[in-house]
Design a protein around this ligand. Structure first.
Ligand code: PLP
Length: 446
């Protein structure tokens, strides 16, 4: 396998793009990232002509891999050739919002934006305006995009910006608690209840090795926010239309948040974000209300066509079943390999997401390990050992994963997400053969 073209492209990129990339995680691979030339179903081909099974899948927005179904393709082409955008309203935005409102339990109205980051920024602004309070509670290890309120490190009320350039005054309004820790949730409301505008939480921590909620956790957050007049904001940028199918993670877990942020799959592979919720809250956005919200590209017709037709196609075909099925096979197959070859490591995931976390806290025995890893957690003797907080994942051997494991998997013809924390995504384009090849590669590499 040669990588000369990628190396040369990276050299060129370093002169005109800071760090050689347009999003930091893409450069996590050393000494240089492979440059992609094109996709083909569940695979990508790099600039040197090497072919890989692709589990990065754009980091989440691709339900069909690199093989767009014909009706989706036609809708994209026709909207691209007809404008492509106007700065005036179009029917396709209304149709897309109607579709989402029909399927997602808590959503009556939507505001489309252009990224997941924009969505979480606007959701925090709305929560603050609605409650007249400033504090936002987030989970340690959660990710909500490149925005001032949520880029924090530290714990509880001792938080500071995790990037230079963000004033400490933003972090002063952000309270960070461990995911899945009910006591911490009660404490934060006891201490700051009447100052908390909202709790912003991924229903599954999907940017941190995939951490699922323990039973009752989201119910506790729902009760506490109700009790204190704060908003519960589900960040479904990753889980939306992936976990729990078209009802999203909130449908799967049976929780109705006050606001939901979307991104990725809602735009069918084009730049997108959205905020959804009941009319009583959503109508507080301008122009029906006073909370300022605007964007030149928001509701872009090509994005709307791609997103709507992708989701419509999924509603009419066995897309989510296929994805869930392959996800389950990957997790089960990986659990068997890990049991045999690397018993301290942990397989995590849900629906069409999977990850192998290089955890150090191994169970003594896998003898009774139930099929499907965390999917059957109530009866799984290993559940005690699965990561439950961001810190559990961070304690893993992340450096080894990056320096040894990722490059070797790539040499075996498999692309995994670029760091230990990002989820990997199954799509409709993936096949049984891709799963078999990938499991073989894991076996070889471990
Ligand atoms: N929220 C979550 C849960 C995400 O995973 C991401 C991105 O991965 C974002 C928000 C930010 O989305 P974007 O990168 O589109 O700004």
């Amino acid at each position: 396998m040669t990588h000369e073209q990628s190396r040369d492209l990276y050299d060129r990129a370093l002169s005109v793009l800071p760090g050689g990339v347009n999003s930091a995680v893409r450069a996590a691979i050393e000494p240089y990232p492979p440059f992609v030339e094109r996709g083909d179903g569940g695979h990508v081909i790099d600039a040197d002509g090497n072919r890989y099974v692709d589990w990065v899948m754009g980091l989440g927005p691709l339900l069909y891999g690199h093989d767009t179904p014909q009706p989706v393709e036609s809708a994209i082409q026709s909207h691209a050739s007809e404008g492509p955008m106007y700065g005036m309203p179009t029917e396709i935005e209304v149709e897309h919002a109607e579709f989402v409102a029909r399927h997602v339990p808590s959503v009556e109205m939507l505001r489309f934006v252009n990224s997941g980051t924009e969505a979480t920024v606007s959701a925090c602004r709305l929560a603050r305006a609605h409650t007249g309070r400033d504090k936002i509670v987030v989970m340690q290890g959660g990710y909500h995009g490149a925005q001032e309120t949520t880029l924090v490190e530290g714990e509880y009320d001792d938080t500071r910006p995790s990037s230079p350039g963000i004033p400490q005054s933003f972090a002063d309004e952000t309270l960070a608690i461990p995911f899945n820790d009910e006591e911490a949730a009660h404490n934060v409301f006891e201490d700051y209840g009447d100052e908390i505008a909202g709790v912003l939480v991924e229903p599954i921590l999907a940017n941190y090795g995939i951490v699922r909620p323990v039973d009752g956790y989201h119910e506790t957050l729902r009760d506490l926010t109700d009790e204190h007049g704060s908003l519960l904001i589900f960040d479904e940028v990753i889980t939306g239309f992936r976990v729990g199918g078209l009802q999203c993670a909130q449908g799967k877990f049976g929780i109705e948040p006050d606001l939901t942020t979307f991104g990725k799959l809602i735009g069918g592979g084009f730049p997108v974000g959205a905020i959804g919720g009941p009319a009583r809250l959503m109508e507080q956005f301008t122009p029906s209300g006073e909370v300022f919200q605007a964007g030149t590209f928001s509701g872009h017709p090509v994005t709307m066509a791609a997103g709507l037709e992708s989701l419509r196609y999924a509603a009419e075909h066995d897309v989510h079943d296929h994805i869930h099925d392959l996800g389950e096979r990957l997790r089960t197959g990986l659990a068997e390999i890990v049991e045999e070859q690397a018993p301290s490591y942990t397989v995590t995931g849900s629906d069409g997401m999977f990850k192998l976390v290089f955890s150090r806290d191994a169970p003594d025995s896998f003898e009774d390990h139930c099929e499907g890893a965390c999917e059957q957690r109530e009866s799984c003797p290993r559940f005690e050992h699965c990561p439950k907080t961001g810190a559990d994942v961070a304690a893993g051997e992340t450096d080894r994963w990056r320096r040894v494991f990722w490059p070797k998997m790539k040499d075996e013809g498999v692309f995994l997400s670029q760091n230990q924390f990002e989820s990997q995504f199954v799509t409709y384009a993936h096949t049984d053969e891709d799963v078999e090849d990938t499991l073989e590669a894991y076996k070889e590499t471990l």
